[in-house]
Design a protein around this ligand. Structure first.
Ligand SMILES: [Zn+2]
Length: 674
């Protein structure tokens, strides 16, 4: 598993609930006209609001050949990618002489990353000794020992991955988490009946075989190994958590003593080595989010042929390192990515490399980006919107008919404690430690530089494990086009990247900003009270603050949201109401809150809703849509707009929607929670 998936696991531990990330191409902001004849301007808006409002946008957009979709997030990201590409090239020019650490790190990664000859000659670089150790292992136990060393040093894992993250029960301290097995793909993908997803699985297997060939295996040998390994992955995934349960603390917050690992793993995992490598003991606490997978993996390790275990570990390792070693491996990954997403064209080598470097050193790139492009003038405006929403939200919670006074008190305390991080961080994580990278002229190799970054982060992670959690550190870098709510900190973050048109602009109308960034802010606040956020208290700790009856009512209301969204589909692909529950609750709560604020200010609600519909305008290739409905916790854009608006009472009054209209849903069938 790559560290980016590892970070995903960390994020699931923190349960930082993300919006959407993508890539795409440019377009101008639509500004709503002053006086709108709705039927003339948006014919059919009562039948399909999303299609009608976004028609002009869709006519203008075309999915770029090398992207899986196009939308506003992707558009802004593409613009950012161009800026980052320039930043990296400039950094490479001055990396050898600068005193600026960010420039030195980013510049060395770019210079060595684009040195194709050196990459081809360098192979796996300093990772080779771990591959040799796995090859030399005579037993599963010895192979696992080598993979533990690799995990401790660089964070990548196959069967035994350990990392530190805030303890859900006490967010001020850190605790160890265990990742039991890299499954290559999600459980839902391995067992999907959707044709497009089955093709993706085949392509994944094809890529793994190609990576074995790249590392020196014959085609027959590679095919045989990958066939056995992927069968094992598919079998193991049957015991794993459903995607829909990944954010459910009731299922994932499973606290054990390290000694419990010994009992379950038996001979297969050398626990004395675990204790030494991670600096822990039998009494220390470890959280195992996926217990089913843990037990299945332990059984597999004890029963499988050691050769299969070694092949499994190496398959994961080849996959993790595939974009940082040779140019040929890199090409295979890029070509496979194109096929898996149904793209007509691959991205250029430079674009791919820039994207990877941005993922590997996001905060170094982020500070260089902020220095060149970020203007903090929007921050005060955004903060005042946050304050307004919190005030309105408090009124709404006070007015809830289904919730009792004691639970309201807790909910209001949690709401009151929510803070907002806006734009760029005050504290940058890379200032906490040193990274030793080398330029090509110093003999630097790209894979070694990337591993040096990983190693520095891991050393810092374990060196500070007994220190309290530093809540001033952000979990995502500011150039990302995103916003999120962090459960363990009870705060929302609006990154610099999203403070741009069409989400926010100083030149936009109040309605446009309310339907844009306003909806995003209210959505993130609602995550504090969605199906997973509601399990945490005002300090970000996992604690049941619900009166029993209220908890039951909340669950019933959640079930009505699941059923409502499970009845939705896009191009014949069914929405998974359970998988998307938390996001849908956030959308519904945000619409209710934003509608209240708009009415309070005497604004034209219709324009707010039109701006909201525009926010999620997207065109998506079939292959990618199939992937999204299987694995994404967000419903497709069209559902996020139409289904959510059809559940919003103010939408009916604003537009005079009646039973005759396709957008109509009977009042008793509209789910309402917040
Ligand atoms: Zn969300």
């Amino acid at each position: 598993m790559t560290t980016s998936t590892m970070n995903k696991a960390v994020a699931s531990a923190l349960a930082a609930v993300m919006l959407v990330i993508g890539a795409g191409c440019g377009m101008q902001q639509q500004s709503a006209p002053a006086a709108v004849n709705w039927e003339e301007q948006y014919p059919g808006y009562k039948t399909d609001f999303y299609e009608a409002v976004n028609k002009a946008q869709f006519d203008e957009w075309e999915i770029p050949d090398s992207d899986p979709s196009i939308g506003h997030f992707m558009t802004l990201e593409l613009e950012n990618n161009q800026r980052l590409l320039k930043i990296m090239k400039d950094a490479a020019q001055s990396a050898g002489t600068t005193n600026d650490r960010d420039t030195a790190v980013v510049g060395a990664l770019w210079a060595t990353g684009s040195d194709i000859e050196a990459r081809n000659a360098g192979g796996f670089g300093k990772a080779q000794r771990f591959i040799d150790a796995i090859d030399a292992a005579r037993t599963t136990r010895e192979a696992i020992k080598a993979s533990i060393d690799f995990n401790r040093m660089y964070g990548y894992y196959s069967f035994f991955g350990m990392w530190l993250a805030p303890d859900s029960a006490d967010g001020s301290r850190k605790v160890h988490y265990l990742a039991p097995a890299d499954l290559g793909l999600t459980k839902e993908e391995w067992h999907s009946s959707i044709e497009e997803t089955k093709t993706r699985v085949k392509l994944y297997e094809e890529l793994m075989a190609q990576l074995w060939v790249e590392s020196g295996a014959s085609a027959e040998e590679a095919a045989a190994k990958v066939s056995s390994v992927t069968k094992a992955m598919r079998d193991l995934s049957g015991s794993a958590l459903d995607q829909a349960d990944v954010y459910n603390a009731e299922k994932t917050y499973n606290v054990h003593a390290m000694a419990d690992l010994e009992a379950v793993y038996g001979e297969a995992v050398p626990m004395d080595h675990v204790y030494k490598a991670y600096g822990v003991g039998p009494e220390d606490t470890v959280v195992i989010e996926d217990e089913g997978l843990w037990k299945a993996a332990a059984k597999f390790l004890n029963e499988a042929d050691p050769q299969l275990v070694k092949d499994y570990i190496k398959t994961c390792l080849f996959s993790d390192l595939s974009t940082m070693n040779t140019y040929d491996a890199f090409r295979k990954v890029s070509e496979n990515h194109r096929k898996r997403l149904g793209l007509e064209e691959e991205k250029s080598f430079e674009q791919n490399l820039a994207g990877q470097i941005n993922n590997r050193v996001p905060f170094q790139c982020g500070r260089l980006y902020a220095n060149a492009y970020y203007d903090p003038k929007a921050e005060a405006d955004i903060q005042s919107m946050v304050d307004d929403f919190l005030t309105v939200y408090a009124k709404r919670i006070n007015g809830l008919e289904w919730m009792s006074a004691s639970t309201k008190k807790e909910a209001l305390a949690k709401l009151d404690a929510i803070t907002a991080q806006i734009g760029i961080p005050d504290v940058w994580p890379q200032d906490q430690y040193e990274i030793e990278v080398k330029m090509p002229e110093e003999g630097g190799l790209y894979i070694d530089n990337v591993l040096a970054v990983q190693q520095a982060e891991r050393e810092y992670e374990f060196a500070t494990k007994d220190e309290p959690v530093d809540k001033t550190l952000w979990s995502d870098a500011p150039q990302t086009i995103n916003a999120f709510y962090d459960l363990s900190c009870n705060n929302i973050t609006l990154l610099a990247g999203i403070l741009n048109s069409p989400f926010y602009s100083g030149d936009a109308t109040e309605e446009e900003n309310l339907g844009g960034i306003g909806m995003i802010i209210a959505h993130e606040i609602t995550h504090a009270f969605d199906s997973s956020g509601s399990q945490y208290d005002s300090n970000g700790n996992l604690r049941n603050w619900w009166a029993q009856d209220d908890a039951k009512k909340f669950e019933e209301l959640g079930q009505s949201v699941v059923e409502y969204y499970s009845a939705q589909s896009v191009r014949g692909m069914q929405v998974d109401g359970q998988l998307t529950l938390g996001e849908n609750i956030a959308d519904l709560g945000a619409l209710a809150c934003v509608s209240a604020v708009a009415k309070q200010r005497g604004l034209d609600l219709r324009k707010v809703y039109a701006a909201y519909a525009n926010l999620w305008a997207e065109e998506v290739r079939d292959e990618y849509l199939a992937n999204l409905v299987t694995t994404d916790s967000h419903a497709p854009g069209k559902v996020r707009v139409n289904a959510a608006l059809s559940a919003t009472d103010d939408f009916y009054d604003a537009f005079g929607i009646t039973e005759q209209d396709a957008m109509y849903v009977a009042p008793e069938d509209r789910p309402h929670i917040w």
